[in-house]
Structures are given as C-alpha cells and as structure tokens.
Ligand binder design. Structure first.
Ligand SMILES: Cc1cc2nc3c(=O)[nH]c(=O)nc-3n(C[C@H](O)[C@H](O)[C@H](O)COP(=O)(O)OP(=O)(O)OC[C@H]3O[C@@H](n4cnc5c(N)ncnc54)[C@H](O)[C@@H]3O)c2cc1C
Length: 409
C-alpha cells in the first residue's frame, strides 16, 4: 500500500469506476495520479456485483458504451496479461408476454443500429442452448452472442495493476475526510492523518459519492438502493459456459457460477438509503432479505424447477448508486474547478466501467460530445430538485430496471 501524497489527480474510491478511471487517465497521458480508498480495492459495491455484461440497451449511446466496455475487457487481458476473467458466453433475453416480445424487437433494432449482433432464437435453438429450461410460455428469445460475464474482483485488480504499472499509486485503508478549496478550486485532500495537495479530485466513491460531494459543499442526488442475489451449490446441468439469462417479465437475471446458479432480481419495492444520512466512512452493511431472495428462487423455478431445491451457498448484496433520471453523473462540477464527478452508475458500474471511464476522460477535454455533456452534474445545479422526489425517482429507476417502455400514444 502506498501512502497518500501530493498528486496532480486524486481519485476518491478504489472500486470499478475509480480504478477504470485511473487506468484510462494514465493511458491517455495524465501523470501523477493517485487512488485513495477507505478499505480495500473492490471492497465495497464492485466486489458484490454479479459481473453481468449486457450490451442490449434501450438507447444507442448505452449500447455503444457497453460495446466499448466489452472491447476493453478483451484488450486489457491481451495487452497487460492481467485477467479480467471475462467469459463471452453470449446471453439470452426471454420474453413471456407479447408486449415484451415487441420490446425485444425494438431493442434488436437499437442494437443493430449500433452495430451489435443479435438474433431471435427459435424454441428449438433456445432448448439447445438451455436444455434444463422449461420454455413453455416463452414468446421470444433474443440472443446476443458477444455478451457474457466477468469476475468483478478480477476486473478491478486488472485495472489497478495495469494502472500501477504505469505509475498510478494506490493508498488503501485511507479515508478522505475533507477537501481544501481555495479561490473556487479544489487544492487539497485531507484524511484523518494528513493533508496533501492536489489539483483535481475525481469523486468515484460509489454510494458514498454524495457524502464526498458534500465535502466540497455540493449536493448531488446519488441514491444508494439495495440490491442482492444468491448463488447455489452445484445443480445438475449447470456449468460456467452457459449463456447469461435475463427474464424481464419475472424481473430476474441468472447465470451459472461454476456448477451453481446465480440468480438476482429487481424488487418491485426498492429500498433506498436517504443520501443525506450517508456519512463519510459509514459502513453500508445490509443483511440478506430472505423473503425477497426466496421470491426470486420461486419465480425462477417456474422455468428451472431444480432451483427450488438447490441449497444457497452465498448471498451477495450492496447499495449500487442510482440517480433520479437513471443516467450517470459524470464530469467537472461547474463553479468548482478541479472537482469531477464519476458517480451514479445505476447498476452498470462494473459492466460499463471501461466506457464510463472514457466518458470521464472526454468530459475533461475542451469539447466533449453532446452525449457526454448531457451526463454533466450541471443538470442538478442550481438545486431546484428536492431530496424526497429525487429519492423516489431513483427508486423508480431501480424498480423499473426491466420495465416496459410506456405505450406510444
Ligand atoms: C448485488 C449486486 C449486483 C450487481 N450486479 C452488477 C452487474 O452484474 N453488472 C454491473 O455492471 N453492475 C452490477 N452491480 C452494480 C455495480 O456493483 C456498481 O455499479 C459498481 O460497483 C459501482 O462501482 P463504483 O466504483 O462506483 O462503487 P464502489 O465499488 O462502491 O466503489 C466506491 C469506493 O469508494 C470508496 N470510498 C467511499 N468513500 C470514500 C472516502 N471518503 N475515502 C476513500 N474511499 C472512499 C469505497 O470504500 C468504495 O470502495 C451490482 C451491485 C450489487 C450490489
């Protein structure tokens, strides 16, 4: 572990975003970068993620972002030799209603417009890929051959090691407790032990990003919303090469974890934390909610009956950060030179980390694209929004993660 030090760029947070941003900046020629992490790298939300990487998205920009991230996973492994444990197993998205099948057709059109290969599977081909699924009631199955999953810890480690090889330093077990602001610019960072000078702070503090922003006198609606999944012991027929499954009508996602089943879902009643109450350094532990988890298992058992009997090996959970409009909050904060947000990943923070890091990089250039500009924290300034509505809207983004788009009038 390195000590915190004077540095041109200080990234607060050593999760997928902080480490991806460090790697992207150093590759782009930025020098003198440090990452400051209160615990261990990937020790918070990122280490709990399921690692699903889905490129089929409702908008072309999100689709392109995910495609860029996938290209990056293969590249980072190839160029650095550090494994992200990326498995391009493909993915199948299953519809169980006609409305959902129509949504898939729209998603397929967006995917194709972005140059992403997708195709609809016949019932026989679906059964070929997933012999253990009861596909009665399936109305459509959308296949994306280049999707897959990775091990989030491996990805974060790969970013960090590749960045360290290029000179980035990592101060772990070091909590940023204050920022020094002089003449409308960030000029330093404080911890319990020391104060150091810096020209730029990048706030990649995940569910604590709102608290870190408050250190700079800023308020942004970064809302932590609980999310969880379970992993079972071995189930006959399941193996690591199976495609990822998404069953939006059941609000579920599923993949193999070795010989077991990993199954998670989007609860209809999201449980958020009040961002104003999340303090610097506060542990965000959350116990498993067995009512919710057994609901996921019961729903998935409709397609895969053995899951009902499978023994749960482990539960993963945490508080991914959501924004009220479901979009990232990325870029320099107007009116405070050197303070940059890289937050509110809306549960894409592992799969989208490489692309999101590119957005952060682009936001620092003189002329970012209209899309990157649209992610700017400026949209929450001045504060015309209220906390209760922001929290309710962020919960709604979570609850409707697999929601159908509103019907066209
Ligand atoms: C159960 C679960 C499943 C998920 N599945 C997926 C998935 O399949 N695919 C996907 O893309 N995403 C998934 N996500 C979401 C994903 O985990 C997040 O979007 C992502 O981890 C966000 O990364 P981050 O770096 O912003 O946050 P974090 O990983 O939380 O990193 C922020 C870091 O900042 C540090 N920090 C905070 N405050 C300070 C401070 N004051 N000083 C120093 N350090 C500080 C924290 O210790 C932490 O390590 C899932 C999340 C959960 C909980």
């Amino acid at each position: 572990m390195a000590e915190i030090r004077d540095a041109e760029v200080t990234i607060v947070g050593g999760g997928a975003i902080g480490c991806a941003v460090a790697y992207a900046l150093v590759r782009a020629g930025y020098r003198d970068i440090q990452v400051v992490e209160q615990g261990e790298l990937a020790g918070a939300t990122s280490g709990q993620a399921a690692g699903l990487v889905g490129q089929v998205r409702a908008t072309r920009e999100r689709c392109l972002l995910a495609m860029a991230s996938v290209a990056e996973y293969a590249r980072i492994e190839r160029e650095t030799g550090y494994p992200a444990d990326w498995r391009p197993t493909g993915s199948v998205r299953i519809a169980m209603t006609e409305e959902r099948a129509a949504e898939f057709r729209a998603l397929a059109a967006v995917a194709r417009s972005a140059g992403l290969e997708v195709e609809f599977l016949t019932a026989a081909r679906l059964a070929g890929r997933f012999p253990m699924l009861d596909t009665t009631g399936v109305t459509a199955a959308l296949w994306c051959p280049t999707d897959g999953y990775l091990q989030p810890n491996s990805l974060v480690t790969a970013y960090a090691r590749a960045a360290r090889d290029r000179g980035v330093t990592f101060a772990t077990r070091t909590t940023v407790t204050g920022l020094r602001i002089t003449g409308g610019a960030v000029t330093g960072v404080r911890t319990g032990r020391r104060a150091v000078a810096t020209d730029m702070v990048i706030n990649a503090a995940g569910p604590w990003a709102g608290a870190v922003a408050r250190l700079a006198g800023q308020q942004f609606p970064v809302v932590p919303v609980r999310h969880e999944y379970f992993v079972t012991r071995a189930v006959p027929g399941w193996h690591a090469g199976l495609p990822v499954l998404r069953i939006p009508d059941l609000r579920l996602y599923v993949r193999a974890e070795g010989p077991g089943i990993l199954c998670g879902g989007w609860e209809p009643d999201g449980l958020s934390l009040d961002p104003r109450q999340v303090a610097i350094g506060q542990p965000l532990a959350v116990p498993p909610d067995w009512d919710v988890l057994s609901g996921f298992a019961a729903d998935f058992a409709r397609l895969a009956p053995p899951v009902a009997q499978a023994e749960v090996r482990e539960v993963f959970r945490g508080f991914p950060a959501f924004s009220p409009d479901g979009r990232f909050i990325v870029g320099p904060v107007p009116g405070l030179r050197g303070f940059v947000m890289a937050a509110a990943c809306n549960a894409h923070g592992v799969s989208g980390s490489a692309g999101l890091a590119q957005h952060v990089l682009e936001s620092l250039q003189p002329d970012p694209s209209p899309y990157v500009r649209s992610l700017s924290p400026a949209r929450y300034l001045p504060r015309t929004w209220d906390w209760e509505s922001a929290r309710a809207q962020a919960e709604a983004i979570y609850e409707n993660y697999y929601g159908l788009p509103p019907p066209r009038s």
